[in-house]
Design a protein around this ligand. Structure first.
Ligand SMILES: Cc1cc2nc3c(=O)[nH]c(=O)nc-3n(C[C@H](O)[C@H](O)[C@H](O)COP(=O)(O)O)c2cc1C
Length: 200
């Protein structure tokens, strides 16, 4: 899909400076986990990413605002993961989604991103934003994933009242992984396959 750069800029700038609560932007910057916020409408253009997102992916907010985050997938197909994301985005009743997905950093190195997404609704029920968090599950151990889950849970708890001030509701609570060791083992296997040159 072709981006209209003027339109993307207009969305990025107006949302960034006017509509998003200041406290939310401050919180994003201070959070210990990678966070991103996208538009619920259109092609889900990114509105905001944080410092940890940049540390993880190599991309600063200013480089990617207005784009859809799928560019991180490079040439990997990620069919199962994208199917889950499509259902989440298309179906009103699905509050959140969590899936591993193969992504590439700005320097070209692959990682398995454990992507969490949830919907931010206005009090009248309209989905206004998509909130997401990213974690490199391929280069970690079970205790670090558990720590990340705790940090992400805290991030969700923290932003809920901040957003409520602006009349927005965060949907769904964090789904933690039943078996983090197995999830990590699978992610490492996926990464090994990628390193051997076979795309998913
Ligand atoms: C706020 C937000 C953050 C996202 N973060 C990522 C991400 O880090 N990595 C990724 O592969 N996809 C991410 N996505 C999902 C893609 O943007 C896209 O929705 C997905 O690839 C399915 O759509 P497609 O099949 O049209 O590409 C994110 C989406 C949104 C709205």
């Amino acid at each position: 899909m072709l981006d209209d750069p003027q339109q993307s800029d207009a969305i990025g700038v107006s949302m960034h400076h006017d509509d998003l609560p200041e406290e939310l932007r401050d919180y994003f910057d201070s959070s210990p986990v990678a966070l991103s916020l996208g538009k619920a409408s259109g092609d889900h253009a990114l509105l905001l990413t944080n410092r940890r997102f940049r540390d993880l992916t190599g991309y600063a907010t200013s480089e990617i605002v207005g784009r859809n985050c799928r560019f991180l997938q490079g040439e990997s197909r990620n069919e199962d993961a994208r199917e889950k994301i499509h259902s989440f985005l298309a179906e009103d009743r699905i509050a959140n989604v969590r899936t591993p997905i193969v992504n590439f950093r700005k320097d070209g190195s692959p990682f398995v991103n454990l992507l969490y997404m949830s919907k931010l609704r206005t009090q009248s029920g309209e989905v206004r934003y998509i909130f997401a968090s990213q974690f490199d599950v391929s280069r970690t151990q079970a205790d670090l994933l558990e720590e990340y889950d705790a940090d992400l849970g805290r991030a969700l708890n923290h932003i809920s009242p901040v957003l409520a001030e602006s009349g927005l509701v965060v949907e769904g609570s964090l789904m933690t992984i039943a078996n983090s060791a197995a999830t990590i083992a699978q992610a490492k296997l996926t990464l090994n396959e990628l390193d051997r040159g076979s795309f998913l």
